[in-house]
Every structure is written in structure tokens, then in C-alpha cells.
Write a protein that binds this ligand. Sequence first.
Ligand code: GLU
Length: 573
Amino acid sequence: MSASDPNTVITRFAPSPTGHLHIGGARTALLCWAYAQRALKEGRNGRFLLRIEDTDQARSSESSTRGILEDLAWLGIDWADGPTVEYNGHTIGGDERGVGPYYQSQRLDLYNQHIDKLIESDHAYPAFETPEELEAKRKEAIEAKVGYKYDREALQIPREERMKRMAAGEPHVVRLKMPDEPIAVHDQILGDVTVGPDEFDDFIIRKRDGFPTYHLAVVVDDALMGVTHVLRGQEHLINTPRHIAIQQALGFSSPTYAHLPLIFNADGSKMSKRDKDKTAKKAVKDANLSTSPIEGLSDADFAKWLKDKTRQLPSDQLLTLAGMLRVHLPEIDVEDFRRAGYLPEALNNYLALLGWNPKAKNDDGTDVERFDMDYLAANYSFEGMGKGQAKFDRVKLLSFNGDAIAQLSDEEFAKRWHQWATSYDAALCARFSAADMLMLAPAVKTRCKTLADGRDVVGFAFIADDAIEYDGKALHKALLKGDAKGLEMLKLFVDELDSIDPFTPEAIEQGVAAFCEKHEVGMGKVAQPIRVAVTGGPVSPPLGQTLAIIGKDATRNRIDSCIRNAESPSQAT
Ligand code: GLU
């Protein structure tokens, strides 16, 4: 397989494991996946590979890698080549083509071999200036109001001497000698972008610590891994001419490039990891908090974080703080959306539309917007890609999610809700068994937009029997209005509770119906007073489920306390 084989499409997602998977990264991964899948569907050789760019040892972490792999697997974006993970009983990744390893930190020899080649062929050279010397030159340029560019001073040293000094171990960086001609990027989305030689200097390909820079590693890996198409965010467009220069110097063919639109918030600001901190900082200021309320975070560090716009707190501290201040942090990372109860299919559908328009119509003439991974894989192409910004519309995503939830079967909803609660809501898990969740599924799934909303639908089940707060208006309407028939029925019904056995939704519904028949009253006269009595308000899942989930004793206790409440002087008037 080679990059020039038209039947081969190999895309790659190459995250740096310095934090959670950002939603923009997920969008890139999704479109890379879809592009390769489409080739596969068309009978060509399509592969999507995952590479972990962990050469920045100080900022990379294993837990971040694990999180990224997990998040991708959760989204259903699986890779043919790359680190292996077991997910839901199947294996993702592997090294079928033998082009691994897929961690850059395990490929340092390969990078050095290529750097050596570049030095030998005079496309690169060692440079010995200290960081302080370079900083002084940069300052000079700023003072003189001219753009700073490396001045190639190292090239003044005769080649032989340079090589000797390098061989003797003198600290140095290695720089690529940039060509003197313009470099053109033929971008599949943006068209041709040509950059003149003035705009670049001889950039570093190996740092003083001996590690390659991102530019060198990415080019070597893409070539050795046979990557044919590079899809990545527009923020990397500035890097692409540099990459092409390295490819030319090493005799590699260039992959096809497609730079994806950046993702912006509704207010026009760039959607950034710092948005969560920004929201939390505002809430802290609004609450006039000047000392750290979080264990493990000193007052001094808290103050520094508050003052410095660029500082971020670790996720767990940020979540604790948000919980204390009752503020909702904007979801930015895939993990945030998981925690907030989004379904992967809704998220994928929405992400695909961030920059892509399928340009297809539904039967009723409206634009195709709702689709699954199969549709995306069959139809994704660069043609429908926008050049400008992509706006992240949270309202639209929420509506996609609500619809996706409503479409789940009861069994599937219960399974997902349970899985979600197992990870993110210990109290919900402690309160409801998987069977409880299945019983509640029909009612809950039609009333929530996220899995996290589910808890609000059944919030009454989390309140102690003697702590129900009655909605006075609802109570009055259901129990006391007119001839106070509601209250009378409630008093009679409480005595019938014992006869409903087992206390299941069906038996309860039948019991209530029989009760109404016996007393010759309409269902509303009975069901609504009971509902208000046990939940405090006029809205809840169907009565059978509502009562069954709290149980017979709680139903009795709550009805008794509601009757007392209704008969207190303040209600009667
Ligand atoms: N590791 C780079 C990043 O996370 C990859 C950029 C690229 O796709 O070339 O931004």
C-alpha cells in the first residue's frame, strides 16, 4: 500500500494526551473515521488509525490516554490500527499492518534516523545558540518592530565544525533548512493556500532535550504509517507548509489535506477548555468567595486561579466547586457530555453537522439533518464541508438528544440509564435497581432530554416521606376545590391500600380503577389527589409507576401527611 494508491484511504486521528478528549477532537476523529469508512463501503481499502502523540513527556499522561481511548470507544469511533482496548466485549485497534507502535514516545529511534538523514543530506543542521541568546534576539526584533525570524547564524559555522561540535555532545537543537520557494497547500476544503518563504524560518525539528518536535514526528509517522488523508482542525493549517517542507526533504509524497472549520460558541468566542473555568470563576465572584472552599486547594492557589484567565483547575475540583455554587458548567470535553447524559448517537449526529452539510433532502423537502453512523459513513465527503466557523448550538444538540432518547426501546433506555448512573450518579443507583429503572423507563424516557434529567422526573422518590413540599395551588385544586371530593376520596383510598397486592404498577392501576368504579367517580377525582399527595405536585409519571417506585408504606405515609396538610387552617381557607 502506498500513499499514491487511489484505492487506499488511510486517515488518522493523532491526539496529544494532555487532557480529556475535547469535543473538537471528537469531531475530527469522527470525520476521519467516516472518510475511511466510506472508502471501505465503496469496496476500496479504507482504514482509520489512532496515534498517540505523547512526545511532550511533561504534559502527557497515561490516564489522559486511557480517557481518550474510552471516549472514542464510547462514541463508537473505532480504529483499525492503533493501541488496543477492550470495549463492551470487543477489541478495538491492533497492528495488523505492522506499522506500529502507535505511541510516539516508543518511536524515538525512527525519528532520530530521519533527522540524521536530513542532516546528512543538508536539509537540516544543528544550531547551538542558547535559549537566552535567542530570547535576546527576539527582544531586539520586537523593539525594532520587525518580525522575528531565526537568522541562520548556525550556518555561518563551517559544516565540518558544526558536525564535530554536535558529535562531541554540545547542547543544540536541529533546524530544518526551509526552501526559498513558496509552498502550496492543496486543501480539499479551503482550496489552494500558498505561503511565501518570508513567512517561515528554519524551525526546530529536534529540541535540546533530544526529543523531536511535533512537526517532525507527525510527518515521519504519517509517511511510515501510510496515511493518505490528513483531516484536522484549521488551527493546524499554519503548520502544513512546514510539514510539506519536511516531506519534500525526506522524499515522502504529501498526503491529501483537509482542514476542518473551527468550532465556536454561540457568542462567537472559540469553544475552549477554559470555558468551564471561566463560568466557575464568574460564579465564585458572584458569590463573593475569597477563600478556597475546596479541600486540597489552598487559598493561595485558589486566588491565583481566580486571577489568572489562563489557569485551569483539575476536573474533579471544578466539579466540586460547581456543585457547591450550583452552577452548570458548559460541556466542552466528551467526558462532560457523557456526564451530562448525552447519548453517543446524538452527539455524533450533531458533531458531524459541525462543518458538514449532507446536502440531501428528506421526502418532505426538508434538509437531512438527522442520521446515524451508517448514513455518515456512506455519505461523508469534503464537498459538503464549510470553510468558515462552525457554531456550536447547544439547544439543537439538546433537542437531538431528547429525540434520540425518546426513540430508544424501554429496555435499551433502562440499560443506558443504569450504565450512566453507575458512572455518574451513585445516589440514583443506590435508590433504583436495574429492574426499577426498567419499570420507570416508559415514563422517564419521554420526559427527559438527557439521561441526567431522568432523576428530576422521579425526584419525588428521593425525598423523605415527611419532607414533601406541597404545591399549595395544586393541592387546593386537586383536593379541596368545590365539594372537596378529592380529599374525601383520598381518605377512603388510603384504607384500600392493603388490598392492592402485589404493589406493582399494573395492580395499582387496576386497584385505582376498581376504587373509582366502586365510588362512582371519574379517574381524575382520585388519581390527581393521590399524585399530589405522594409527589407534592401535579406532574409525575403514570400513577402505577409513581406509587410502585416509592412502595406501599411511603404511599400511605405521604397520603396521611397530605391529608393533615389539607386539613390545616391555611389550606382550608
Ligand atoms: N497531536 C496534534 C494535536 O493534538 C495532532 C495534529 C495533527 O493532526 O497533525 O493537535
